[in-house]
Design a protein around this ligand. Structure first.
Ligand SMILES: CC(C)(COP(=O)(O)OP(=O)(O)OC[C@H]1O[C@@H](n2cnc3c(N)ncnc32)[C@H](O)[C@@H]1OP(=O)(O)O)[C@@H](O)C(=O)NCCC(=O)NCCS
Length: 169
């Protein structure tokens, strides 16, 4: 396993095709998709296609979201990390910080812990200059995390038919 980032409780590594069941568990949960346009997936083939998309991002941009694994149990927790984002603000591609966890792992500080570690990785290892983040204005947890990891609010913009906060380091 190629570990790229390690925190006290977790490791973050590149996705592999073997993560399809983990992605299926994560992305088929309607609660997880509440602020993500309400489009949970329904089949394992969709999960496989998500993984192919992430692997393609690694190839194209030399970075992408990383799988989070619980150090104690080896369980797939979800993902966190950086992405070169070209769709959300079409006029301006940017490096995005994001996180998505299986519901049983919510509320334990994991998104904050992995996002913080990803920011360090982005600046210190990847030598990025700026990192941005967007979140539905009603997604309180996500907006709190963006603030806690050092992003500052810039504006509100419309995405997926709902207002989103937009922040930058
Ligand atoms: C958003 C998400 C990643 C948060 O993960 P998490 O590990 O539970 O977050 P943390 O435990 O690090 O909590 C961050 C902060 O949000 C708060 N918080 C967590 N869940 C919350 C909720 N449902 N409502 C309000 N606040 C919440 C925490 O108390 C914490 O605040 P604090 O620092 O003041 O104590 C997780 O809920 C998730 O995967 N949601 C679905 C996907 C998603 O919405 N991703 C973000 C898209 S922009």
């Amino acid at each position: 396993m190629d570990i790229l980032i390690e925190t006290d409780r977790l490791v973050m590594r590149a996705f592999t095709e073997g993560d399809a069941h983990g992605i299926f568990e994560l992305d088929s949960d309607p609660e997880v998709h509440k602020y993500l346009g309400n489009k949970p997936i329904k089949t394992i083939e969709e999960a496989q296609s998500i993984i192919r998309y992430i692997l393609d991002q690694y190839e194209k941009y030399s970075l992408g979201r990383l799988a989070i694994i619980d150090k104690n149990t080896n369980e797939f927790v979800g993902w966190s990390g950086l992405k070169y984002e070209t769709e959300v603000r079409k006029e301006m591609p940017y490096y995005d910080i994001g996180y998505r966890l299986k519901r049983k792992f919510w509320g334990c500080g994991i998104a904050t812990e992995t996002a913080m570690a990803s920011m360090k990785y982005g600046f210190n290892t990847l030598k990025l200059n700026d990192i941005y983040g967007g979140a539905d204005i009603d997604n309180i947890a996500s907006n709190k995390i963006l603030k806690k990891i050092g992003l500052q609010w810039i504006e509100t913009f419309e995405y997926d038919n709902s207002p989103h906060h937009w922040s930058q380091t």
